[in-house]
Design a protein around this ligand. Structure first.
Ligand code: ADP
Ligand code: UDP
Length: 236
């Protein structure tokens, strides 16, 4: 397998072609952005930690029967994945009130939700990833009804698999963002699962161990990312 040209440079990752048209390489950068790219910096070794965390989560999900784009981790910062036609819908699942939901509804962060809430956002930096609903997704052609049904069921399943795995490592999964795509007609989980795309709170202290430390200048950002990786790598 040979690494070829840069296909796309995003805020946190680069995607490279390979000599196999079905496979691409995700390269995880240390670049961090927040608030629609208005806040920019780097977090030391973030790319290495996010690559390693994504590998742990995707292997766990594959073991539990969730199909992902993961093929293998190639190096500290590179992951070989199946090439997807990404559905432009960010799937958000929440277990605890936080972030944009708390702001939108004028509620305090921190209350556990009686059941998970799934939200859909249109993946568009220019429009600030607006909240949409199932009708927008299907009527505007972002995904077919059976695809959004499958993505919704998979999002809830991923949440149910990750929650106990994280709880056993003293991490509360507050919320997370997932992306899916089509690979030869099948819907696979793509992108990454890491402290950039999830909220993790320490079960005992409530300490935030995720990108909120960067968003809100809470300090010790890189240390928090390493702590998540350390816990994920340890047996329960
Ligand atoms: P952004 O585009 O939001 O700045 P990233 O920096 O993480 O995000 O860039 C990675 C891009 O690659 C994202 O747009 C994501 O949707 C896309 N992507 C993730 N997995 C795959 C895949 N397997 N095949 C093709 N594109 C993918
Ligand atoms: N999230 C993400 N990318 C986005 C938007 C959200 O990874 O473009 C993640 C975010 O880290 C959190 C969850 O999705 O774990 C819910 O985010 P929220 O809607 O609360 O938005 P935020 O307040 O973080 O911008």
């Amino acid at each position: 397998m040979e690494k070829r040209q840069l296909l796309y440079e995003g805020k946190a990752k680069q995607m490279f072609a390979t000599d196999d048209p079905d496979l691409v390489i995700q390269y995880f950068k240390d670049d961090a952005t927040a608030f629609d790219g208005t806040k920019k910096s780097t977090i030391a070794s973030k790319g290495v930690v996010n690559n390693a965390c994504t590998e742990i989560f995707f292997r766990l999900l594959e073991q539990d029967g969730v199909e992902t784009h993961f093929v293998e981790r190639l190096s500290d910062r590179e992951m070989l994945v199946k090439r997807l036609d990404i559905v432009p819908v960010e799937m958000i699942v929440r277990n605890v009130m936080a972030g944009s939901l708390a702001r939108r509804l004028g509620l305090d962060e921190g209350a556990p939700l009686s059941a998970p809430i799934v939200e859909y956002c249109y993946k568009s930096d220019a429009l600030h990833d607006p909240l949409i609903n199932r009708w927008h997704v299907t009527v505007l052609g972002f995904a077919k009804p059976e695809e959004i049904d499958a993505m919704t069921a998979l999002t809830l399943r991923v949440n149910e698999i990750l929650r106990p795995f994280l709880a056993a490592r003293k991490l509360l999964l507050v919320d997370m963002k997932l992306e899916f795509g089509r690979h030869h007609g099948r819907i696979l989980l793509g992108d990454e699962i890491c402290p950039d795309t999830c909220r993790f709170w320490d079960v005992d202290t409530g300490r935030k161990l995720d990108k909120d430390r960067f968003r809100h200048d809470l300090g010790d950002v890189a240390e928090a990312y390493h702590e998540v990786h350390r816990r994920l790598s340890s047996p329960a």
